[in-house]
Every structure is written in structure tokens, then in C-alpha cells.
Design a protein around this ligand. Structure first.
Ligand SMILES: Cc1ncc(COP(=O)(O)O)c(C=O)c1O
Length: 427
């Protein structure tokens, strides 16, 4: 942080960069090892595909040509065969053949996690003072990225069907009236089982949202970043098709996915299908970052996809997390169901449930509820972290993000019971 720079003259970007709020919670979890963490947004360590990874790596590294290919530097854009594979995969998730999507493997970039692509997209599109539109609430790590880039954030309401098109129209109308439309660079949305709410953007809103963005793209193309990190962790029903389906010419939508949630976050392999014209500037920046993501990791996820191990793993994960989601919702019903003014989301996938407590019950880390919850043995993410700094809105103080990713079902039950005790105690 700037205050620790010991006399160095930090850049304006470094001075704009704040410590991620989650680091305080991580420290709390380390200092209180007996506390049940419903805060950490991590995948379940018991599900990590160690055996599968070993079975795929062993023959790869025992054969000279494949070992050389995997251990040598790769390319900035990423392994061509992996780009072909993930393009076919994205198309299949949309019920299409690869050729039916607007993009080709040349429009796909493999990155060091989808976070790197988010960062680079912000880097190539945003100057300080430019405007980015996000959901209210939104994924807080990317909010940090936007703040560091100097973006001004305006937010759009989210209901149980995701971004509300009328709210987007209102926000863009206001920005236009303020003369800020030329500075609007991006709409960012986590469109499946959103982090932090678990809410999915409904199929029938997707085309409308793309149309609104297209209509307001009078001065330049506004980019829609569809962050689909949790897309494949869908527990029931058919997930909606991606927003690229509504952008047949590949002009507005960047679709970002990752192997972090569906295979192994330790590999940090993410990928994106980018609209025409953005690949080149993104690759120029990526060239400066790392001139290519870890090649061994790319070979490993490719082998996992080709062998069928990836598809089997995703299926098993969905069964595993369905039980945890159900345990979370059941425990919330049992322990908080009869408290007036308490409500929560009902995700059909992903790792998160978003809880709203009665008005006036503040959830922040300095408040009595957070302290009491720690005493009772449970840690949560105060929802206020998830609301970007939109100057036109007031951040609600009574929300909580719960993640059922890391905890066992027993811990989830005990953690929600402890949270309910804390809520009753401070109400
Ligand atoms: C919504 C969302 N997008 C992107 C990421 C980044 O994941 P990775 O960089 O590991 O692909 C995360 C990680 O938690 C996330 O929740």
C-alpha cells in the first residue's frame, strides 16, 4: 500500500490500489483456525483432481516430445490446440458447433486465470475518469481492478433474474444526459450464479441488454464483459446461453471462462473469446505481462479435456456442490426462516448465497454482529465489500455473502446455526 512505500514515489496506479478487503478476512481465518469460514470463496480442497492430474502428467512428461512441448515457453495467445478446444467447448455449452460462433481460435486468448484477462481488458480500455457499469452488487476483486485503473463505476440493479434492463437503460440515459456517454467503456457482469449473489442473468434479458449496449454505442463500441466463471457449476435446469449468442457479428461481447472453479485453481488457466479488434491490443499488453501463460498448465487442461477427465470432474463437482448448496439453504430455513426481514437468494449453481438481514443490522467487520459471529465461531463476508463505489447510490449495510465452497456439510450446518445465534443476540 502507498503508506508502506518507505519513501518511494509510487505511480498514480499504485496509489489508487487498495488492499483487497478479503485479505483482512483471510487474516481472521488464519488467526482463528477453529472458526468456520463461510467467507473464503475457494473451491473444496477435497475435490481437487490430484489423481487425474497425475495420471495425465505422467505420460506427458515421460515422453520426450510431449515433455519438451509442455515444459518449453508457449505463445502469448496460448496453445492453439487448447484455443480450438475451448472454443468448441464454449460453442457446445451454447448448443452450437464451433463454426457457429462469431469467433475463431484466433479470437481466443488463454490467460493466467480469467482475472488476468479482466485486468488486461481494463488496462486496454480504461483511462482514469472513464466509466464502467457493473451490477449492484458485483465481484469485488474486479471492483479493486477498476479502482486501480481510475474508473468511475455506476451500477445497475439486480433482481432474482439478474441485471435489470430498465435500470441499465436509466443509468445509460443519465450518463448521456451528463455528457459522459463517450467515457462509458464497459458493462461488466457475472452472468451465471454470480459472485456474490448466486443469481443468473435470465435468458430473456440477455438479448435486451446486448441491444441496449449496442444502441448506446454511438461514439465507440461499449464492451460487455460476460464473466462466466461459474457457468459450468450449474446444478439444475439448463443454464441460459451466453450473451455472445446475441452478438452474432462478434462486436460487443467478451466471454470469459476459467478452469479455476471447474478443475483446479492452482493451475490458473482462464480463457476468453474476444470481439474482433480487441485481441491485438490485449495480446500486446499480455506480451508485456508474461508473453504467455504457464505452458505446462495449458497442456494439462487440454489433456484433461481430451481424455474426458474434465467432463467427468465437472459432473462430480456439480453433485458435490449441490449437496452443499442444499445444506446451506436448509440450515438458513431452519435457523433464520422465521426471523422477519431476513431473506436470501436461491442459487441454481455456483458457490454463493447472499443474505439480507433486517434494516439497521450492520454486518461490517467493526460492528457487533461480526464480532459476535466470530465469538460464536463463524466468519462471513460483509456484503458491503461487494458494492462498488457508485456515487449515486448508498451501500446497504445489512447484507452478507456466504460461500459453501470450502466447508463440509457439517461445518455449513454448524456455521449457519452460529450465524443465526449471533444475529438473534445482536437484534
Ligand atoms: C466472478 C469471478 N471472476 C473471476 C474470478 C477469477 O478466477 P481465476 O483468475 O482463478 O480464473 C473469480 C475468482 O474467484 C470470480 O469469482
Amino acid at each position: 500500500m502507498a503508506s508502506d512505500s518507505a519513501g518511494f514515489a509510487l505511480s498514480s496506479r499504485a496509489r489508487r490500489t487498495q488492499r483487497q478487503p478479503i485479505s483482512y478476512l483471510m487474516a481472521q481465518a488464519v488467526e482463528n483456525p477453529d472458526v468456520i469460514s463461510l467467507a473464503a470463496g475457494l473451491v473444496d480442497a477435497d475435490t481437487l483432481p490430484a489423481r487425474e492430474a497425475f495420471a495425465l502428467l505422467e505420460p506427458m512428461l515421460c515422453t520426450r516430445p510431449s515433455a519438451r512441448a509442455a515444459l518449453q515457453y508457449g505463445t502469448t495467445q496460448g496453445l492453439l490446440s487448447l484455443r480450438e478446444k475451448v472454443l468448441a467447448h464454449m460453442a457446445a455449452l451454447d448448443g452450437l458447433a464451433p463454426g457457429d460462433l462469431a469467433g475463431t481460435p484466433d479470437d481466443v486468448v488463454i490467460a493466467t486465470g480469467s482475472q488476468q484477462l479482466l485486468f488486461i481488458l481494463a488496462d486496454v480500455l480504461i483511462d482514469p475518469g472513464d466509466v464502467v457499469i457493473t451490477g449492484w452488487p458485483s465481484y469485488f476483486v474486479f471492483t479493486g481492478t477498476l479502482e486501480a485503473a481510475g474508473a468511475h463505476v455506476r451500477c445497475v440493479d439486480i433482481d432474482e433474474d439478474g441485471l435489470v434492463p430498465e435500470s441499465l437503460e436509466r443509468v445509460l440515459g443519465t450518463l448521456k444526459a451528463e455528457g459522459l456517454l463517450p467515457r462509458v467503456r464497459m458493462l461488466y457482469t457475472v452472468s451465471y450464479h454470480q459472485n456474490p449473489t448466486g443469481i443468473t442473468l435470465a435468458e430473456d434479458r440477455r438479448g435486451t441488454i446486448v441491444d441496449i449496449i449496442r444502441r448506446y454505442s454511438t461514439d465507440h463500441r461499449i464492451l460487455i464483459v460476460e464473466d462466466a466463471a461459474y457457468r459450468e457449476l450449474t446444478f439444475e435446469g439448463r443454464p441460459p446461453r451466453s450473451m455472445v449468442r446475441h452478438d452474432p457479428e462478434g462486436r460487443h461481447v467478451a466471454l470469459l471462462q476459467t478452469f479455476s472453479k471447474t478443475f483446479a485453481p492452482g493451475l490458473k488457466v482462464g480463457y476468453g473469446l474476444l470481439p474482433h479488434g480487441l485481441v491485438e491490443p490485449v495480446l500486446l499488453q499480455k506480451g508485456n505481462h508474461d508473453f504467455g501463460s504457464a505452458n505446462l498448465c495449458q497442456h494439462l487442461v487440454l489433456a484433461a479435456m481430451e481424455s474426458g477427465a474434465y467432463a467427468r470432474h465437472v459432473e462430480a463437482l456439480c453433485r458435490h456442490y449441490t449437496a452443499k448448496r442444499d445444506a446451506t439453504l436448509e440450515a438458513l430455513r431452519e435457523h433464520l426462516g422465521c426471523l422477519a426481514g431476513v431473506r436470501w437468494t436461491h442459487p441454481s449453481g455456483g458457490l454463493y448465497v447472499f443474505l439480507t438481514l433486517p434494516e439497521g443490522l450492520a454486518t461490517h467487520t467493526g460492528g457487533p454482529l461480526f464480532a459476535r459471529a466470530l465469538e460464536e465461531g463463524v466468519l462471513y463476508v460483509p456484503g458491503e465489500y461487494c458494492y462498488p463505489p457508485d456515487p449515486t447510490r448508498t451501500i446497504p449495510e445489512n447484507t452478507i455473502r456466504l460461500c459453501y465452497g470450502v466447508c463440509s456439510i457439517e461445518q455449513i450446518r454448524a456455521g449457519v446455526a452460529a450465524l443465526a445465534r449471533a444475529v438473534r443476540a445482536v437484534m
